[in-house]
Design a protein around this ligand. Structure first.
Ligand code: PLP
Length: 633
């Protein structure tokens, strides 16, 4: 447990049971054993051909726990409700979920359903996201907000205005000054009174990776100068009453409440000024930024951690808004937040299999001692290389390991040069490799880091690790009652040198792992429910993983797989690159007929006829591009 820091980042959802398996408590608490779900059992069940309507899912498998989502949502609401009560705040909290964090249909539908009792709404950042928010919110609470952020054109604004016609509580947040003219024009033409918000470009910045979102050079929002022009224009056209919301977002993963309070105080002053200037302000939207402690260190100095929890975040926002409003004698606004990462990160676990393990010290040694090994290299060695070898021996006898290492590397380099020139054969070069490994082993300088190949694409499933070196907790999901005996890095299936995971939470460059026994070694990536699915690409044409939805149940396993979807097939990913699998298949089938003939003797079962070949090709299009391992169907 300690090796992987599960006790630090895992609570209240993840822990390790007495069998050494990772367990999930979807509701955040478990008083009875059946309220803990054994993750390995879920994966075994999902990959069993008898399960999930005979689908027998192939890994990697993304396991979703909607109850975790519900718990996150309720915990956030509860944190704000408590802070509001504690501070005597005279209004309410009413959050929205920014669908950009994960647009999966079932997640958004769940959030709308779970958030209905407390008017939880949605936030869109593009026209497609707006469409999905509109349709999902039709089944939600009528008072839930639909916040329209992001750069807009006339079509986006028209769509947002139509949403108001559908009685959705839509707010058009001005991201750029020119959007205002379109809002005025189109709303006048459509005779729809808009509700308008402005996004303020704050001076406050935070110190984390996403801190450059705000500040004078920030990509988004209006400066105070621009906000004043917006107010004046709205006043001129008699629409200042439409301006009702102030929004800001100082960047995701805010490291500490000190930065948060700074931003909230600055923005509350702008809010109060807007009230003073005559706007009918009612909502104060603090954006996203509520962070996740991925490594459990509770530190504000790392991009993978934050120094506060949900309660401290909420208290900090409520206190800062109240402080400024009270000093200025202003009515307390409804507080809205657009927390994405904090709502969806915990709800899913990506499980993948290790398929082989290779050690970096694997060069074959022909003999057991370096001196004999040198004889295997023969007379071909150059004088310089022989001299290096003598220096290696002398340094070893003197116990000067660093000098020995230096000469060993130099010796190897000379031999490689000789090989390139053709004066050393392949057997001799192999003997040199083996000899150098023997020497390094003898002086304890061999890095014993193994490479575990995993049935996964970093580019599809962990794009933030590849793009910004964002770290997620990764660990075996079983055998945790056994001490890991090796250190490893994980290498994915893509033909890309970036397709590896060689940095882990806590800053370690390797992960403690168990010796592999066949293909049944499963690892999990945790806290990756936000952003990874939307950002993931199809490098090497590896696509999305299989997905299962798991609910707690009273049955023997304590869970039920309620929904299972196989990952992207070869045909799916080919289509994404404009290929037409049906046409491709026809071309291949035609070629099969040409090469094998249409009228082969069907009775000869040993000969592959064109129909069988075509059949097999057709099946290949339907398969996932990931490897089929012995434990996955
Ligand atoms: N709101 C806006 C405008 C954003 O740009 C983002 C993402 O960066 C969010 C909300 C969600 O932020 P987070 O996931 O940090 O809560």
């Amino acid at each position: 447990c300690g090796l992987y820091r599960v006790d630090l980042w895992g609570p209240p959802y993840f822990s390790i049971n007495s069998a050494g398996n990772v367990t999930v408590r979807p509701h955040g608490t478990a008083t009875l054993p059946h309220q803990e779900i054994d993750l390995l059992k879920v994966v075994k069940k999902a990959s069993d051909p008898k399960c999930c309507g005979g689908l027998g899912l192939q890994n990697p498998i993304l396991v979703r726990f909607p109850d975790v989502l519900k718990n996150r949502l309720e915990s956030l609401q509860h944190a704000f409700d408590s802070a509001i009560q504690l501070h005597g705040y005279e209004s309410r909290y009413q959050g929205v979920y920014p669908v950009k964090s994960n647009q999966d249909r079932f997640i958004v539908e769940d959030i709308v359903e779970f958030g209905c009792p407390f008017r939880f709404g949605l936030e869109a950042g593009s026209k497609a996201e707006l469409l999905l928010c509109m349709s999902c919110l039709c089944k939600g609470n009528r008072e839930s907000l639909l916040v329209c952020n992001g750069y807009k054109d006339k079509e986006y604004i028209s769509l947002a205005l139509l949403a108001r016609k559908l009685a959705l509580n839509t707010v058009i947040v001005l991201e750029q000054e020119e959007e205002l003219d379109w809002v005025i024009d189109i709303s006048t033409k459509l005779c729809i009174r808009p509700v308008i918000g402005v996004r303020a470009k704050l001076k406050t910045m935070h110190s984390g990776h996403f801190g450059s979102t705000s500040g004078d050079k920030g990509k988004f929002g209006l400066t105070v100068c621009q906000i004043l022009r917006v107010v004046n224009k709205l006043k001129q056209v008699g629409m200042l009453d439409c301006l009702q919301l102030l929004h800001f977002h100082i960047g995701s993963q805010i490291p500490s409440t000190a930065f948060l309070s700074g931003g909230v105080v600055e923005a509350t002053q702008i809010y109060c000024e807007l009230v003073r200037l005559g706007a009918q302000m009612s909502v104060f939207d603090v954006g996203g930024g509520l962070g996740i402690d991925y490594d459990g260190s509770k530190s504000s100095n790392s991009d993978t951690s934050v120094s506060y929890d949900l309660e401290e975040y909420a208290a900090s926002v409520v206190h800062a808004v109240k402080y400024v409003c009270d000093r200025r004698n202003m009515k307390h606004p409804v507080i809205c937040s657009e927390s994405g990462r904090a709502i969806v990160s915990h709800h899913s676990v990506l499980v993948f299999q290790a398929i082989s393990a290779e050690t970096h010290e694997a060069a074959p040694a022909l003999c057991s001692n370096p001196g004999l090994q040198l004889q295997c290299v023969g007379d071909e060695l150059s004088e310089d290389a022989r001299l290096d070898y003598q220096n290696i021996s002398a340094a070893t006898i003197r116990g000067e390991h660093e000098t020995c290492l230096l000469y060993t590397d130099q010796f190897k380099q000379r031999c490689v040069e000789q090989f390139k020139q053709g004066t050393l054969g392949i057997e001799q070069l192999a003997a040199v490799d083996g000899m150098c490994d023997l020497i390094k082993n003898a002086i304890g300088a061999n890095d014993q880091v193994h490479t575990y190949s995993v049935n996964l694409s970093v580019f599809s499933s962990m794009p933030d690790f590849w793009g910004i070196r964002h770290l997620y907790p990764i660990l075996p999901i079983h055998r945790l009652d056994e001490r890991p005996t090796v250190k490893g890095i994980l290498s994915d299936l893509t033909c890309d040198s970036d397709g590896k995971i060689d940095k882990f939470i806590g800053g370690d460059c390797s992960l403690p792992l168990h010796e592999m026994e066949g293909h049944g070694y499963y690892l999990g990536m945790f806290l990756g429910g936000a952003y990874q699915e939307g950002l993931g690409g199809v490098h090497n044409l590896f696509g999305g993983s299989s997905v299962v939805r798991v609910l707690q149940s009273e049955g023997p396993h304590g869970f039920a797989v309620t929904h299972a979807v196989p990952g992207s097939s070869c045909a799916d990913v080919l289509r994404l690159m404009q290929h037409e699998p049906e046409l491709m298949f026809e071309t291949l089938k035609h070629r099969a007929q040409e090469m094998l003939g249409e009228h082969q003797d069907d009775n000869d079962k040993n000969v592959l006829n064109s129909a069988a070949l075509a059949d097999s090709l057709a099946r290949s299009f339907d398969k996932m591009p990931y490897l089929v391992t012995s434990s996955s169907s």
